[in-house]
Design a protein around this ligand. Structure first.
Ligand SMILES: Cc1cc2nc3c(=O)[nH]c(=O)nc-3n(C[C@H](O)[C@H](O)[C@H](O)COP(=O)(O)O)c2cc1C
Length: 329
């Protein structure tokens, strides 16, 4: 199993950081359902933003299983170094640097994958952050900043030399946004270039796809992002398939209802009822998107304002779905 610094992961399947999605309730759920590691929403390195409610919630790791991985984003080596120190003192056991997300600018400086264009700055950032903390530092990148400039292998070498312990590579360039298909060739080249663990990322939607991508790229593991939205059990499916070569049966409706209901309750507890109800809307939409009648349900659901109404609506959706399936059988 891959190591991230001193931590040996129980399996090589990681929840990718997603702002607005990988909050503490979702991370805990994904861990329970088999993720080998989870990464929180990116945290701005800017200290003046540290006291906002959004940052406070992102900095809350209480009750999370170890190792706690916190991703920081910014464009200034010293500010990122100080953010790494702050987060390590706040419980982060792995610091992940975001050079993978198409975030435009933070504090009027390039940040996220925009940094890949400035290799000298990348080097300064990596050195400054690694030197700043005793905890392991990982890096998330794209394959480059445009299809003509896929410099991920060079960045990877630089990262290894700076003491970065592992790399996650999303198989798109910055210029691609989320369009175009993912290409895994550059990830394969990165894996051949460095000795530190490399995790492949991008459009991994099933256990078989994860196995194929790992086989093709030689990567030590995968990061799964969007395919986990509304389907957090994907982690146990992928981990099981990688370990045994056999596919797990999909969860039945009762299990899905139980997972979703527990998720909603965790959101209410974490955010409070007002915000929790709003955040639950998008998750419920994701869980139910593959079911018949989901579209009509979603419209009505999004107008509900209380936790009780939301929980009752979900319970009734599942009762109706079970009844319809029973009649069709
Ligand atoms: C809603 C959303 C938010 C994201 N936020 C972050 C982030 O905070 N940090 C980061 O490095 N990448 C972020 N990403 C990129 C994902 O980590 C991942 O690289 C990308 O979605 C590709 O993986 P996937 O095809 O499995 O979703 C985000 C992606 C989405 C869809």
């Amino acid at each position: 199993m891959p190591d991230i610094g001193p931590y040996t992961l129980p399996n090589p399947v990681i929840l990718a950081p997603m702002a607005g999605v990988t909050d503490r309730p979702f991370r805990q759920l994904c861990r329970q359902l088999g993720a080998g590691l989870v990464v929180g929403e990116m945290v701005s390195a800017d200290p003046s933003l540290r006291h906002t409610r959004k940052s406070q919630l992102r900095l809350d790791h209480s009750g999370e299983p170890e190792p706690i991985a916190v991703q920081i984003v910014g464009g200034d080596p010293e500010i990122l170094a100080s953010s790494a120190r702050f987060n390590a003192s706040n419980g982060a056991q792995i610091i992940d640097i975001n050079m993978g997300c198409p975030a435009k600018k933070v504090c009027n400086k390039a940040a996220g994958s925009a940094l890949l264009k400035d290799e000298a700055l990348v080097k300064d950032i990596l050195q400054a952050v690694v030197e700043a903390v005793d905890v392991p530092v990982s890096l998330k990148i794209r394959t480059g900043w445009s299809p003509d400039h896929r410099n991920a292998p060079r960045i990877a070498e630089m990262a290894q030399a700076a003491g970065i312990v592992s790399l996650a590579v999303h198989g798109r360039t910055r210029a691609c946004g989320y369009k175009n298909t993912v290409e895994y060739d550059t990830i394969r080249t990165v894996k051949q270039t460095v000795d530190i663990p490399v995790f492949a990322n991008g459009d991994i939607t099933s256990a078989r796809k994860a196995a194929e991508v790992m086989h093709y790229t030689g990567a030590d593991g995968v990061l799964i992002g969007r395919a986990a939205q509304g389907r957090p059990w994907i982690f146990r499916e992928v981990a099981h398939y990688l370990a045994t070569g056999e596919e797990l049966t999909a969860p039945d409706l009762t299990e899905i209802e139980n997972i979703l209901t527990a998720h909603m309750v965790a959101l209410y507890q974490f955010y409070g009822d007002f915000m929790g109800v709003r955040i639950a809307r998008k998750h419920v939409g994701w869980y139910l998107q593959e079911h018949d009648q989901a579209k009509a349900f979603r419209k009505a659901f999004n107008s509900l304002e209380s936790t009780e109404q939301q929980l009752e609506a979900v319970a009734s959706f599942f009762r109706d779905t079970v009844r319809r399936k029973g009649m069709a059988a």
